[in-house]
Design a protein around this ligand. Structure first.
Ligand code: EZ4
Ligand code: CO
Length: 401
């Protein structure tokens, strides 16, 4: 089998997505996700201008070799643009191989290790009461794990809390600005979880995302104060470029830690994993260079009792969601998968076999990844400039969002 062509599509069915389609001489094609929220067109250029010309004529079954060709072969390594492009290629190749061998991708990754994939949705509200109501709504829908975020008294906006019905981090047009106070957040958040736990009982897993806003010692304080409410995890407590800083957090709390939705290689994790400073891997298959590289991350993590907990926000397309579900079904050290529903228009553009039932998701048994891409419909949703917000402290200092 030979690769004959590859095309990149950018569409905006509710939000922007970058999709790579790789064609072969046997009529089989594969699709991969290259979406990088707020920087979509950089990935398009990386793929179109540099990768696609080097893909033509190759055997799509040689996934390992092609992965290294684009990682080592580019000389310049790592970074979100590069690794998202490599991931798009890698996902499309696994999709082709599954279709050619007429089997779902999970069978190529070792086969089923479990029945279904536990997922968690995002519950939020402007107040504690509204947040509890939203958590309860998800519990009523069958979820067994729920992330809870709440508006903070005295702040006009905060991460994870939408003004409207659905939470969407990127806004069309120019970047919006959020307001932040670590003191208000730290004083408020333990009260939030005390009340949520009281309202829903002990049986539901609760998760929370700090979105990189604390220093290590502040993270230690929050983790410690949240211990009575037994969180499944506390996510991205502090910006994690400095892996060693997690030694300080770990010294102060037994609340499990999840890190790395902005990471893009195993090298972002070596200290965190080998010193057992974290409990869950947040890097997604898309950010981390695809299924091929994520197999190595998961293998390293398994030795240190660290589990997967992949990023699954709506800015990763249904193709990444499917890849994650196949991977999660197969790998032994699976933990949990984030599941933030896509807008209805996006589900129409990416018809898929995966489904949700009673707190768990299932990738379906179609050959390959089990997702398709409706080009004609996608063309009716042209790209729209959109950015993630920026964040400032109350005195105007630019801060982590
Ligand atoms: O802010 O995906 O845990 N989930 C998150 C997400 C991220 C967005 C950024 O594009 O932190 O909501
Ligand atoms: Co997050």
């Amino acid at each position: 089998m030979k690769i004959t062509d590859a095309k990149v599509f950018v569409c905006s069915p509710g939000r922007n997505f970058v999709t790579l389609k790789i064609y072969t001489d046997e009529g089989i094609y594969g699709i991969g996700d290259g979406t990088l929220n707020g920087r979509e067109k950089s990935v398009v250029s990386y793929l179109e201008d540099y990768c696609i010309p080097c893909l033509l004529g190759r055997d799509p079954f040689q996934i390992e070799d092609i992965w290294h060709y684009f990682y080592k072969g580019a000389y310049w390594r790592r970074g979100p643009v590069t690794m998202s492009a490599v991931a798009a290629i890698d996902m499309a190749l696994w999709d082709i191989k599954g279709k050619a061998l007429k089997t779902p991708v999970y069978n190529l990754l070792g086969g089923k290790s479990r029945q279904g994939v536990m997922v968690y949705p995002h519950a939020y509200g402007e107040t504690i009461e509204a947040t509890i109501e939203n958590v309860q709504k998800y519990v009523d829908e069958g979820y067994v794990a729920v992330r809870a975020q709440s508006g903070i008294p005295g702040l006009k906006s905060t991460y994870g809390v939408a003004k409207g019905k659905t939470y969407e981090p990127a806004q069309r047009g120019m970047p919006t600005e959020y307001e932040w106070s670590t003191e208000k957040y730290l004083n408020f958040t333990p009260k939030l979880f005390q009340k949520v736990r009281d309202a829903i009982g002990d049986d539901i897993h609760l998760l929370h995302d700090c979105h990189h806003r604390l220093t290590p010692i502040e993270a230690g304080r929050l983790g410690k104060e949240l211990e009575p409410y037994h969180l499944f995890w506390l996510e991205d407590t502090t910006p994690a470029e400095l892996q060693e800083s997690f030694r300080l957090i770990r010294k102060h709390t037994t609340t499990p830690l999840a890190v790395g939705e902005v990471f893009n290689t195993v090298y972002d994790y070596t200290t965190l994993i080998t010193e057992q400073l974290i409990d869950y891997i947040r890097m997604s298959i898309l950010r981390g260079g695809g299924i091929t590289s994520m197999q190595k991350v998961a293998a390293l993590a398994s030795i240190y009792q660290v589990r997967t907990g992949f990023h699954g926000a709506s800015d990763l397309s249904p193709i990444t969601m499917a890849a994650a579900l196949h991977f999660n079904l197969a790998v032994n050290n699976f933990g949990i998968q984030e599941y933030m529903k896509h807008p209805a228009e996006a589900n129409d553009v990416f018809p898929h076999a995966y489904a949700f039932e009673k707190g768990y998701m299932y990738p379906g048994d179609e050959p390959g990844l089990g997702v398709d891409f409706n080009e004609e419909l996608a063309a009716t949703y042209p790209y729209q400039r959109a950015y993630l917000p920026v964040n400032r402290k109350e005195d105007g200092t630019l801060f982590d969002w």
